[in-house]
Design a protein around this ligand. Sequence first.
Ligand code: F6P
Length: 355
Amino acid sequence: MKVAISTGGGDAPGLNAVIRGAVLAAVHRGWQCAGIRRGFDGLLGEDEIVPLGAREVRGITHLGGTILGTTNRGDPFKWRVPAPDGGWIERDRSDELVAAFRAHGFDALITIGGDGTLGLALRLMAKGIPVVGVPKTIDNDVGGTVATFGFDTAVSTATEAIDKLHSTAESHQRVMVVEVMGRHAGFIALNSGLAGSADVILIPEIPFDLNKVCEKIRSREAEGRHFSIVVVAEGALPKGGMESYRDGERRRLGGIADRVALAIEQATGKETRSLVLGHLQRGGSPTTFDRLLGLRFGAAAVRFIAERRFGCMVALQPPAIVAVPIEEALATPKRVPLDSDSIATARDLGVSFGD
Ligand code: F6P
């Protein structure tokens, strides 16, 4: 058995743990493994294919990033090549990829990625590549699994940042608005906001009313609490309004913290500062939880290959790691359930969602 492993999309802490779990589980079965570098680029002659054995995965569990590299621009079905007019042309290179997969003698592919990469995996499966997926994203927005690895580390990083903002906010009697990642899901904002004792948490699942946000800040002021911490998810949006984008063409989310901070300062007269945690949330050493989840996901992917359960994704459904059809996992992206215990807890603690 010869297994190819690829990591695609944005990186997330725990990727290396997955690679190590998969490689060692394969090696123990007497199988061979190889890594496709930078998403699928290695199979398209744009990068390398590297052997992966016990030696190559030694001492990597605690490392952030991915030893294989990654890209979120590597769609083989819509490969972008520069056009003579300075724009881009899209080419379908999927047949080339399938041919390369076969030429290397691979029997199965473990693809580690978020919804974009898992969607590509399904399309490659339809072209005859036996695939097992591993859900990865700091956003925690993949369906079918209670958690994706990387999320816990991102929440810890965000919580630590919020903790640090408290003292400066209080010393200066300011409002601090901190923007966290998460795309269209509010898990990072909700968990870090709750753990970091934020006063206001704005998430995409609950469009906010700025008047309500200001009400909360004023009521704290009236209680003698002259500072406030607002945690805003990058995908949060005002009631009846739009999400904020950093750029038009690729529609990358970002900029909501600035908008909210300006509006708060204008409405309350309180000095307000904003900051964006950005890619810090994707970096650093994975937490114990993410290392364990990564190792468990990687080893389970190999077990599912041994059982020939192709087209499935490994998923955490505590206490077990189970196989969920990728199609099913992608059908319903995960969002913060409005009736969740965390939302109820936040409300009980007096946190405002701006609603
Ligand atoms: O999906 C992970 C993520 O970090 C999102 O939270 C964020 O919106 C996006 O990727 C950022 O992507 P990029 O690395 O392309 O800026």
